[in-house]
Write a protein that binds this ligand. Sequence first.
Ligand SMILES: Cc1cc2nc3c(=O)[nH]c(=O)nc-3n(C[C@H](O)[C@H](O)[C@H](O)COP(=O)(O)O)c2cc1C
Length: 201
Amino acid sequence: MHQNQSHPNGNGYLFDQFLQDGSNKRTDSYGGSFENRARFLLEATRAVISVWGSDKVAVRLGPSGSFGDMADSNPEGLFTYVATELGKLDLAYLHLIEPRVRGNVEDDTRDPNPVAAKLIRSIYPGTIIAAGGFKADTAEAIIAAGDANLVAFGRDFISNPDLPERLRRKAPLNPYDRETFFGGTDIGYVDYPFYDQRVAA
Ligand SMILES: Cc1cc2nc3c(=O)[nH]c(=O)nc-3n(C[C@H](O)[C@H](O)[C@H](O)COP(=O)(O)O)c2cc1C
């Protein structure tokens, strides 16, 4: 259940629509309380674990995420509850999207600091991956602070096939071209140069 094109979490996708009360208006046992709104995600996660084992299953959440017009009246309470329950399942990891990024665009109305990982770290015992607006220095900082175990990169990884190597060498990054996101062709996906290619050119 890690993010990919067929089973995304967070970002207003199906599980997020059940979690957040801006969209979940159900009056059955899958709507209302935190417990009810989290039921679908937790049941589905347990079902997948029963087949594949918890070490191969992960969940991606966007605490306070507003992408796709998502909203919640008490995001701290909701996502603290969800993370507490997920913490009992011994997942491979819990992937958290910082609310400062809305989908794949910076949201300047939100806290520029990584607040989601900080909130969840105190109640989640397993591996946390933080994502959303990280650069080399802020990624180092959140790991040093102990708020995340790992950091994921989205846009910079699209435009830098050798991103880990560039970060390690403190090399400059290729800027990404938003026009080619979701383009449906190889342009903007496989034609960004490696650093060494760029230097040689
Ligand atoms: C082209 C593109 C497609 C994306 N598709 C998804 C997706 O299907 N599901 C999802 O949860 N996030 C998706 N994202 C969001 C990224 O996973 C990530 O959360 C976001 O880009 C913020 O990280 P960044 O600041 O490192 O780019 C996508 C981002 C981009 C640029």
